[in-house]
Design a protein around this ligand. Structure first.
Ligand code: HEC
Length: 240
């Protein structure tokens, strides 16, 4: 039983990626741009590894929100350290792993960013990025396009004031203590491209949609063992 369960669990582990192959000595596993991105990612110039460190690219701890907040629970979402005085510490989000991140758009705990380029741009200058998001992007997201302007304001629900103020406070605190907070990075277009190439090199080909490994995890649409299986379909009735 232990061997059977271990083999089943192993089928969910997608850690065979070009970057790890490179670290194991396969010099050709990364392109020149991916290598440039790796060097930048792990350098103090980008600061990415201040937070995304270790083999999983996460120290497995939480921190306050760093990404745009919106929606019904935007000010009390997340988990852990919930405090009664309403202090921002109650909103804790786990530092996410970046393994297979090229396959898991949209990004951030609310899914506000559609592409990895947009995520890297966020770290350019977080306050400017947040303002851009609320002024120009949130209401045009695919999932909110059907809302009127007023409905979109309801959706943001004060999340903009909350996260902008919190970010300002975080920067002040970091400056005060000389701590390595998310300082503005002002990446060039080339650097954004290198970082994105590198992030995509963390994808295991077996985790790509349609691969034999992924397909084997999707049950056939045959009603299931008890005839009550629910099969997801889109608006047009096509299988998802
Ligand atoms: C101060 C800590 C910190 C730094 C520095 C940092 N990150 Fe993050 N990163 C986070 C946290 C926390 C989240 C999740 C935030 C959320 O969902 O609200 C995140 C999310 C992400 C995501 C989205 C993951 C997902 O599945 O949605 C990507 C990609 C990412 N970071 C890449 C980077 C890159 C590239 C850099 C360097 C330019 C960087 N991060 C620097 C803490 C950090």
């Amino acid at each position: 039983m232990a061997r059977a369960i271990a083999a089943y669990q192993a089928s969910f582990v997608f850690i065979d990626n070009p970057f790890f192959n490179y670290l194991e000595g396969q010099q050709q596993a990364l392109s020149a741009d991916e290598k440039r991105g790796a060097i930048l990612f792990w350098s103090s110039e980008s600061g990415c590894s201040n937070c995304h460190d270790g083999v999983f690219f996460t120290p497995e701890v939480t921190r306050g929100p760093l990404y745009p907040q919106f929606g019904p629970n935007e000010i009390a979402d997340g988990s852990g350290n919930e405090s009664d005085d309403g202090s921002p510490d109650k909103n804790q989000f786990r530092m996410p792993s970046l393994l297979n991140v090229g396959l898991t758009a949209p990004y951030g705990d609310k899914g506000g960013f559609q592409t990895l380029e947009r995520v890297v741009h966020h770290y350019d200058h977080i306050q400017t990025s947040l303002e851009e998001f609320y002024n120009n992007e949130v209401c045009s997201l695919e999932q909110f396009k059907h809302l009127t302007a007023a409905e979109c304001v309801d959706l943001i629900n004060g999340g903009d004031d909350y996260i902008l103020e919190l970010n300002r406070a975080q920067i002040e605190a970091a400056n005060g203590e000389g701590a390595s907070g998310p300082a503005p990075r002002n990446f060039t277009d080339n650097e954004v491209g290198y970082l994105v190439s590198y992030l995509k090199s963390l994808s295991d080909p077996s985790a790509v949609s349609g691969s034999p490994e992924i397909n084997s995890l999707i049950p056939p649409r045959d009603g299931g063992p008890d005839g009550n299986q629910l099969d997801a379909i889109d608006e047009r009735g096509e299988p998802l």
